[in-house]
Design a protein around this ligand. Structure first.
Ligand code: SF4
Ligand code: SF4
Length: 426
């Protein structure tokens, strides 16, 4: 199904989808025709600045991780409502108290897994075990290896792919995308930075972003439990890749810190845009040409000198303007259908995270309906490769493509659970 993308993002275009049951010469001719068609299509534009830059209208203040929904849930779950941290936080942020109290008393993710809930829990438990500082960071070898920045980029990208990455990009680490304070610490568990501690990544000047494709078949069951398994698998794979890659870089004598679920110190989505993986979208997620939004991201930040990839313009801004499929498929209206609005120094399509997060608790999964219904999330066969390349060109054909997608696929309907997962009985 989905071939892995090469370093230029075009890998996976050869030798696929051979027509079965035809004679060899007809098959060869058909294959040549398909390759020629793909070659004749435009390739995504590399640009000097990320496409979000034109939407910057003021100062972007770094996010405090304590304010994100997951950190607020952790505050209730790990510290407890009697703790000084909890009391101090809601004294400073009374606007969140009512919503958080309601949501925190709902059952959490995984509840609809039934007897198969451990398939999800096992992955998240292991991710938590490898999220402490001793895994994501560590000692740096005393001598710096002498190597050119071009050569090390080749090695780093190849190694990340060997470890299981589907996409790798390298770019600058902008200070705006570094959290200001620690918000997730498992209740100040041993081995984790303390809740509220200021974050200092000042020496890390570059970021390596790794994308892990989500299992295409499992996400077709969204918003049901199999989709959550695909999420967990993406994060678990990403966690191992990031900690091994960071360890490798430290062994070369440079600082390197892994950022994966439970221990991000950066906002992975805009960092991924800076690293040339894709663009911001209406639904708030990263859209890549290869897998659309159906991927998970982990990051390694480092002071190792590296050549950066240019950001890309793959046509997402104009595509999202005419397409509102994600918003139409969202069961709670969390995705805006209107224009971008100003928020923290940027014009953006502003997702209502609170509505979304509450629905996650109701569904018992991270939903994924917007992701799976997005026209960019398609299996990478020959037809969709052509379509994804055409979609990268700004023009009136983009709205025709949206119409065709709606006509052909209609409103997203989830498929039943695969047979290795039991039905849920409440
Ligand atoms: S994950 Fe579900 S609830 Fe959240 S924005 Fe997407 S469709 Fe809406
Ligand atoms: S569904 Fe359409 S509007 Fe939503 S993110 Fe995807 S392309 Fe953009």
């Amino acid at each position: 199904m989905n071939g892995k993308a090469g370093e230029d993002g075009r890998n996976g275009f050869s030798g696929v989808d051979e027509p079965a049951g035809r004679n060899k010469s007809a098959a060869r001719a058909f294959s040549k025709l398909k390759k020629a068609t793909v070659r004749s299509l435009p390739i995504p534009k590399k640009v000097d600045l990320p496409t979000y830059v034109k939407d910057i209208v003021g100062d972007i203040k770094p996010w405090d991780e304590r304010d994100i929904l997951f950190a607020r849930t952790d505050l209730f779950y790990y510290f407890g409502s009697d703790s000084p941290e909890y009391k101090a936080y809601y004294e400073a942020h009374p606007e969140y108290l009512e919503y958080d109290t309601r949501v925190n008393n709902l059952p959490g993710l995984g509840k609809t897994g039934g007897v198969d809930t451990p398939m999800f829990d096992a992955q998240f438990d292991v991710i938590a075990k490898i999220a402490s500082e001793s895994f994501v960071d560590g000692e740096i070898a005393p001598h710096k290896t002498e190597i050119t920045s071009e050569r090390i980029v080749r090695k780093v990208k190849a190694l990340a792919r060997l470890f299981g990455a589907d996409l790798v990009g390298i770019g600058p680490l902008r200070r705006e995308w570094v959290y200001s304070h620690v918000g997730r610490s498992f209740g100040n568990s041993e081995g984790f930075q303390k809740w509220g501690e200021p974050i200092d990544l000042i020496h890390n000047t570059s970021a390596i972003v790794i994308g892990i494709q989500m299992d295409y078949n499992l996400i077709q069951s969204a918003p049901d439990f199999p989709e959550l398994l695909a999420t967990a698998k993406g994060y678990a794979t990403g966690a191992w890749i990031s900690i091994q890659l960071a360890q490798y870089i430290r062994m070369l004598g440079f600082s390197a810190r892994a950022h994966h679920l439970y221990n991000y110190r950066v906002l992975a989505v805009p960092v991924a845009v800076d690293c040339g993986l894709g663009e911001l979208s209406r639904a708030g997620f990263l859209i890549t040409r290869e897998f659309g939004p159906a991927l998970r991201l982990v990051v390694v930040t480092t002071d190792m000198p590296m050549v950066h990839d240019p950001p890309v313009d793959i046509g997402v801004q104009s595509f999202c303007e005419s397409c509102k499929i994600c918003a139409e498929n969202c069961p709670v209206g969390a995705i805006p259908v209107g224009e971008k609005v100003e928020f923290n120094g940027m014009r953006k399509w502003k997702l209502d995270e609170q509505k979304c997060f509450r629905y996650w608790h109701a569904a018992g999964t991270d939903c994924g309906l917007c992701m799976v219904s997005c026209p960019w999330t398609k299996p990478m066969n020959w037809f969709h490769k052509c379509m994804s390349l055409l979609a990268t060109v700004k023009g009136p054909h983009q709205s025709l493509m949206v119409k065709a997608d709606k006509l052909f696929y209609g409103k997203f309907k989830g498929v039943p659970r695969p047979d290795f997962i039991d039905p849920f009985e409440s």
